[in-house]
Design a protein around this ligand. Sequence first.
Ligand code: ADP
Length: 483
Amino acid sequence: MSPHVLSVASEAVPLVKTGGLADVVGALPAALAAQGVRLTTLLPGYPAVIAAAKRAKVMHSFDALLGEPARLLSATLNGHPLLILDAPAYFARDGGPYGDASGKDWPDNWRRFAAFGRAAADLAAGQVKGLAFDLIHAHDWQAGMALAYLRFASPKGAVIPPSVMTIHNMAFQGYFPANVFSKLGLPKKAWALDGVESYGGVGFLKAGMEAASAITTVSPTYAREIREAEFGMGLEGLIQSREGRVRGIVNGIDTIEWNPATDPHIAKTYTPKTLSKRTANKRALEAEFELDRDDGPLFIVISRLTWQKGMDVLVETIDHLVGIGGRLALLGSGDATIAEALHQAAQRHPGKVGIRIGYDEALSHRMQAGGDAILVPSRFEPCGLTQLYGLAYGCVPVVARTGGLADTIIDANLAALDAGAATGIQFTGVTYAPLADAISRAVHLYRDRSLWTAMQRNGMTADFSWARSGTAYANLYKDLTAT
Ligand code: ADP
């Protein structure tokens, strides 16, 4: 029989998104339905989620989740079952899912997501009438405590289902001071090296990893990299000790949302056979970013402005990019110092560099459709989605050779060019020289129109739909529920 899976996460498109996690969680139900797996998603009841679930039904009331009342609402997410934890004391706040409007983390995040985990554990252990699950799939630290509660604080006699902990980014571990432990409602034995304790504090992701039947991350290369201190962020030892249970499954993309042949956000739709129509999108993008029209490549960046994403190094290479005939359109939000340096670069290079600070989904589509190449100079990248959207839109990815970027882009080296297999450009080491060199290679390759067009077509016809990754998750669920 196909398993019924409870997918627990703090974000899902189209309701709430701060990054790739939301794309994946939003896409999983359909990807798994195609495999005959039923997946119900549990989300926190942020205002946007509650507002979108107008006809939600109350399924259950919790008297107290870590001291606060809460209700479980039933609704739908992209036509698939959705459960919402309506706990106003924790989630009815203006600002983002993890912090206030200025980006400062909520001081009680430990309590908000412990309560969320507690509710998820009750659900998975069959404590809510009318709902039964064969497996629980927790995403990132915000859901990690669900597995710890199941392991250490399940009601007597409850059947604990197998579990998957997916790490979308090892850099975010949900690490809190030791004094929160006594308020979590866990037994003393949970405070252990192989429990929730982590470097003298409480680690929500670590607690989930310790309790999980299987651990996955979002690309095979990242799954290998996190065994090393440079990428494991202190949890490399744990990954090494669980090696046999760690898998890397590359994210797919939503090919309905991200399809240049039907995209309602872009000036002109196109296919691999009608690539010349892209020009209309490029012209529109130049106008939108007030860039000169010329025949050099238009580079784009869509990114969080952070150290992880190598945005500091990108800033250093802008003069070089412009100097060799490139232009740059960048959309991003995050670090204020990086944003200021980008604005300065735009002032230095009027008509050549355009910057938009903020978060704008529709603009990100227009950029993929109008840009010639997308730069992704991440220092580490668990999977990365923007390079996949770049492939789908014929916006050639120029990426650092790490994590999912290494797994999804075929570098335009001589062998790949000869074989007609190249889809982008990779470079090793996120410092000025390798990135500047990769940008030079892109400018050079761009001048060979037939070669560039072939690279665009290779990317556009590659399969990054959820079909393959959906099968991999379905197989994992089936392996775990069969035992
Ligand atoms: P991460 O989750 O680490 O930020 P990913 O590449 O996995 O990186 O996913 C980022 C997602 O967020 C992509 O869908 C990308 O298009 C989107 N994105 C990032 N920054 C912006 C922005 N400023 N405006 C619109 N979309 C953005």
